[in-house]
Ligand binder design. Structure first.
Ligand code: SF4
Ligand code: SF4
Length: 383
């Protein structure tokens, strides 16, 4: 074993000890990853999501309020920042918000490596114009922009999922435009996010090929039913998978395309057994803030430590209520069927033990490929 892998093992072991202590006490360090739902507004009306039904009069937090929130010293260890919605590009001040984040990087977010924005890609002109302006700001700040475009099929089934005419054509145009930007800005990384539903189970191979042809990463995962983030328990019956659909997904997730994905294997096992087993450190090194200011330690569990309008983020994050919620992380009924695709990325380095186990099981070479493919090296770099 080389020095670097030994160092990584030592790091993971120390992280495992620290996480064990936090787990017992309900305490936490500082967040390394943060998701901001900058708006609940959306022009799509997707069949698996009810965010768009939140009434117009429910106000999104102002730019000034987001900046005040982000200025907290609690975020000095932040490595990844995730901007989501609704449709984030409906905010005309989105590029200004990112500009403020770049300014804060100098003193507050000194460890920040990347900003990810999830978009439905329907507002092609606006997305491309704002992305260019954002990339101009990110380049001198040495930050990557990760653009995640929602795509549920290559063709008209996508329009049916998004309940929006020409949705496929528009997202395809957005991706083409982003690829042009990528030629000018190497710090732009583009990916697809696919929500697997009964209607598109047979579209996954085509999505995977489209991603390969266009140099895009993929996040492909079954839809999640939750009264919290997606407000969609009313959709549970319509969106249930039968045995044949589950088998198709298992075969897909076990195909070569997912050789370097931790999530795909966890999903395949879940689809076989009905029980999800994966590490989760939500609320320990991650938190989610809704457009109303409500803080969630896990976006899928309903319990909130409070609203950032009422208390400081540090008080909420370290308070008794947050500690009580933290003790339930990974152990709640929601966790047994949790197919959330992104959060285990944050968990693997922080929880430590599971990642060490993967290293032992896969061997050094395969493990390092997985490590780089998931972009987790940024959690072990100094500065
Ligand atoms: S899934 Fe995204 S794009 Fe679709 S309605 Fe919900 S917020 Fe809008
Ligand atoms: S495993 Fe549980 S706590 Fe973690 S993201 Fe899923 S529902 Fe939330």
């Amino acid at each position: 074993m080389t020095d670097s892998i030994l160092k990584l093992c030592g790091h993971l072991f120390m992280n495992a000890l620290r996480f064990g202590y936090f787990r017992q006490t309900g305490k936490a360090g500082k967040p390394q990853a943060l998701s901001l739902e900058v708006t609940h507004r959306c022009i799509a009306k997707c069949i698996m999501c009810n965010i768009w039904k939140i009434p117009e009069h429910v106000e999104d937090m102002s730019l000034k309020r987001w900046v005040a929130f982000l200025s907290s010293d609690l975020f000095s260890e932040l490595i990844e920042l995730d901007i989501t919605g609704g449709e984030p590009f409906l905010r005309k001040d989105l590029a200004d918000l990112i500009g403020e984040i770049c300014r804060l990087k100098k003193e507050n977010f000194t460890k920040l490596k990347s900003i990810a924005i999830t978009t439905n890609g329907l507002l092609t002109g606006r997305v491309l114009e704002a992305s260019k302006s954002i990339l101009e700001n990110l380049r001198p700040a040495n930050l990557d922009l990760v653009m995640v475009c929602a795509m549920d099929a290559v063709g008209p089934i996508h329009d049916r999922v998004r309940c929006y005419p020409d949705a496929w054509k528009r997202v395809h145009e957005t991706i083409s435009g982003l690829k042009n930007l990528r030629d000018q800005y190497p710090n732009l990384i583009i990916g697809l996010k696919t929500t697997v539903l009964p209607i598109n189970v047979n579209e996954l191979e085509a999505i995977s090929s489209y991603a390969n042809e266009n140099g895009l990463f993929t996040i492909i995962s079954p839809c999640i039913i939750t009264p919290a983030r997606y407000l969609n328990p009313d959709r549970s019956e319509d969106l249930a998978f039968d045995g044949k659909m589950k088998r198709a997904m298992i075969d897909f997730f076990r195909s070569d395309a997912f050789r370097w994905s931790f999530h795909a294997e966890a999903l395949a096992r879940y689809l076989e057994t009905g029980i999800m087993k994966k590490p989760c450190t939500c609320g320990f090194n991650y938190l989610f803030v809704r457009s109303t200011g409500e803080m969630l330690l896990c976006p899928l569990m309903g319990q909130s430590p409070g609203n950032i309008h009422d208390d400081s983020v540090t008080t909420l994050f370290h308070g008794q209520k947050a500690r009580r919620i933290r003790r339930r992380i990974g152990k709640s009924p929601e966790c047994l069927s949790c197919t959330e695709p992104g959060l285990e990325r944050y968990a693997l380095p922080y929880q430590g033990l599971h990642y060490l186990f993967i290293l032992v099981k896969q061997g050094r070479k395969d493990f390092l490929n997985l490590h780089r493919h998931m972009g987790l090296n940024k959690y072990f770099e100094s500065g």
